[in-house]
Design a protein around this ligand. Structure first.
Ligand SMILES: O=C(O)CCC(=O)C(=O)O
Length: 286
């Protein structure tokens, strides 16, 4: 018996590789989360940058809470069972009237995980729609194997390497994921997806939480993850603690070490050494 998704939503996920919209919090709560983010950005002089966009659930207690939020984790359990890790999180922030975009890609390309049992909960903190650069996907592409990608390092691409699938994608086949604040979409790690720039007058803010069952392992280096439900009898990942307050110096240091190691996995084979490397754009996401 599923915990929160309907059987139809579960079937849609496995058939299309994506299911949406799923409300996981009231709009008001999403607005409060946005306000907390923007309060921090105001205090620190501008949009969240570099490694602060990654694994941010280790820096901010309200994101540490979010990755464990019951409706979100219930939905993941409906797809991948009761023992779950949050492998990473990434902010995808597109500023107003900004050329930042995400090329067509499969998430699995550089993540180094041993099998494609990974699902992203993409939570909208603002509306995300055709007018402000919402994500789109090509239904059914998650059933393909790993597709070759080319790295472009294109200036405005939000992906670490500006990677894109090395095959033609017909944009007419794409489905746009329209979300209200507080709704989420769930997408499979092999799904071909991407998003255009945001020409609107407000920011588009999404927070991607990557979940895996505890049996998945990392094959490209040492790695850590956050247990969000059940038990981890595999111990493939180092265990990450939960922050009790924002920007706790001990967590800031731990986060620095973890994201540096994580960047080495994602950027392996390139000249880039960390998310804060000048060769990596400061707003690069995943
Ligand atoms: O936020 C976007 O537009 C793209 C997000 C994405 O590629 C992802 O979450 O894997």
């Amino acid at each position: 018996m599923p915990k929160i998704l309907t059987q139809q939503q579960i079937d849609t996920f496995w058939q299309d590789g994506c299911v949406f919209p799923i409300r996981v919090m009231p709009e008001q709560k999403a607005a409060e989360i946005r306000a907390r983010l923007e309060e921090f950005e105001e205090k620190t002089g501008g949009p969240l940058k570099g490694d602060l966009r990654h694994k941010s659930h280790l820096l901010f207690s309200w994101l540490g809470d979010l990755v464990r939020e019951e409706p979100i984790v219930d939905a993941i359990e409906d797809l991948y069972g009761p023992n779950l890790l949050c492998w990473t999180t990434n902010f995808f922030i597109k500023e107003a009237n900004n050329p930042a975009f995400v090329s067509w890609h499969q998430d699995s390309t550089y993540w180094g995980l041993d099998r494609p049992d990974v699902v992203t909960a993409w939570i909208a903190f603002t509306p995300s729609n055709a007018a402000n650069g919402a994500m789109g996907f090509i239904p059914g592409t998650h059933k393909k194997d790993q597709i070759p990608h080319r790295d472009t390092f294109a200036k405005n691409n939000l992906l670490t390497r500006g990677q894109e699938v090395a095959v033609d994608v017909d944009p007419k086949e794409a489905v746009t994921i329209e979300l209200r604040p507080g709704e989420m979409s769930l997408h499979h790690v092999r799904l071909v997806h991407g998003s255009p720039p945001n020409p609107s007058n407000d920011r588009r803010i999404g927070f991607a939480i990557r979940y895996i069952p505890t049996s998945v392992s990392q094959v490209a280096g040492e790695d850590s993850a956050t247990l969000v439900r059940g038990v981890d009898t595999f111990h493939h990942f180092g265990e990450e603690p939960r922050p009790a307050r924002d920007m706790d110096p001990a967590f800031v240091e731990l986060h620095r070490k973890i994201t540096e190691r994580n960047a080495q996995i994602l950027y392996r084979g390139t000249q880039v050494k960390s998310y804060n490397d000048p060769k990596a754009l400061p707003d690069r996401a995943a």
